[in-house]
Design a protein around this ligand. Structure first.
Ligand SMILES: NC(=O)C1=CN([C@@H]2O[C@H](COP(=O)(O)OP(=O)(O)OC[C@H]3O[C@@H](n4cnc5c(N)ncnc54)[C@H](O)[C@@H]3O)[C@@H](O)[C@H]2O)C=CC1
Ligand SMILES: O=C(O)C(=O)Cc1ccc(O)cc1
Length: 359
């Protein structure tokens, strides 16, 4: 992207991540946010320079509107009136409604290509941004029929520069798809997590990785998510009704308690296995098969740093890392994902240095 100028309006998690990635690929990046604190932090993180008010000295190649779904159309209209860029895109999690709103406001749809990177996190704001957020992820492109082919190519090039794979899909089809793979799972996660508000300390103290996995996205910003769900309400409701039916049937089978009923519950679990196995890995194929090395971590200052240092000395690359740590316990469990050929050697190295490495 060297020599290209990219403008990012909305320097939260997604906008700042795109800005960092584009900058890393040599683009000049200008930033704007209605929240001066979010803008200042994004600039401090090295994501770009503040966009001066008014008309720019030079039009950008692409302007990315990384604002909540309900703000996309007005932000697009404002950006087009200012002549900020040759091509405009957004990143909203819903595609059909913002496009309808943009058309109703009279935005120029030849220079607009809706976009949605399928990567993110339960955290918000520039502090959670990462340049590598989009690596290996799909990035949906939903050009309106009026979009110019050069505009589609410019947005696809931005997605590729961020390390993602552009996938062209019609807006309504996109919205039905993400209702299934993102929006309904979000509500289900929130519903499970909401049960915990009344949980006592004994139950919470017994929390393992399963409940953490199922509820991770329930920690997301409710203001952003109510906007996403409301803008995709019918497709999300369809999926939730189907999930609710499965849950109601499972509950009544469990109350029944017979062996036959247990067999039907097992059917749901087997369907769950089958559905889960269909989720592609990051690169669209099989999930990468990393081996995990578990290390028991004493709850002492500097312990994690020493383990990571030992991994570095062993010349092993960490592919991923998770820590399971229950409050009030003196030990945590660190899981280091590495390429399978390195796992044995790393385990031996860490044991030799005094850490407990189960298995
Ligand atoms: N959070 C996630 O994991 C993902 C979010 N998205 C989409 O990305 C968009 C942004 O989400 P996040 O970065 O997570 O939110 P965020 O809350 O981290 O950032 C949004 C930023 O937009 C700013 N903003 C809001 N209205 C504005 C306006 N009218 N003009 C200028 N700035 C404005 C806010 O001040 C904030 O800094 C949303 O449309 C969301 O649906 C897409 C993929 C993943
Ligand atoms: O945190 C996660 O795993 C996510 O799935 C984040 C996410 C949130 C919203 C999107 O539109 C796309 C991705």
């Amino acid at each position: 992207m060297t020599g290209r100028r990219v403008i990012v309006v909305g320097t939260g998690l997604i906008g700042t991540s795109i800005a960092l990635a584009a900058r890393g690929r040599g683009a000049e990046v200008l930033l704007a946010d209605r929240d001066p604190g979010a803008l200042e932090l994004a600039v401090e993180l090295g994501a770009g320079d503040p966009l001066p008010a008014g008309a720019p000295d030079r039009r950008a190649d692409v302007a990315v509107l990384a604002v909540p779904p309900a703000a996309v159309a007005v932000t697009l209209l404002d950006a087009q009136k200012r002549g900020l860029a040759a091509v405009y895109t957004d990143v909203a999690s819903v595609k059909a409604l913002p496009l309808e709103q943009a058309a109703a406001l009279g935005c120029d749809l030849a220079s607009f290509v809706g976009g949605h990177p399928l990567a993110g996190s339960e955290r918000s704001g520039p502090s959670a941004a990462r340049a590598d957020l989009f690596l290996g992820r799909p990035w949906a492109l939903c050009p309106p029929p009026a979009a110019a082919p050069e505009a589609v190519e410019a947005v696809a090039a931005l997605a590729r520069a961020c390390g993602a794979t552009p996938v062209e899909v019609e807006a309504a089809e996109h919205d039905r798809a993400v209702a299934l793979v993102s929006h309904a799972p979000h509500v289900v996660s929130a519903a499970v997590a909401a049960r915990l508000t009344g949980a006592d300390d004994v139950a919470l103290g017994l929390s393992g990785q399963g409940v953490r996995d199922v509820t991770r996205i329930a920690a997301s910003d409710p203001r952003l998510w109510i906007g996403i769900l409301s803008a995709n309400s019918a497709p999300v409701a369809d999926v939730l009704e189907a999930v609710a039916t499965d849950l109601a049937v499972a509950a009544s089978l469990l109350r029944d308690g017979s062996e036959e009923a247990a067999g039907h519950v097992a059917d749901l679990l087997l369907r769950g296995n089958a559905g889960r196995s269909r989720i592609p890995g990051k690169h669209g194929g099989e999930a990468p098969a990393y081996a995990t090395v578990q290390v028991v971590v004493p709850d002492r200052p500097g312990e994690l740093a020493m383990i990571f240092q030992a991994v570095g000395i062993a010349q092993v690359n960490i592919e991923d890392v998770t820590i399971e740590h229950s409050p009030g316990r003196p030990l945590g469990l660190l899981e280091i994902s590495v390429v399978p050929e390195e796992a044995e050697r790393l385990a031996a190295e860490l044991r030799a240095r005094g850490w407990s490495v189960p298995g």
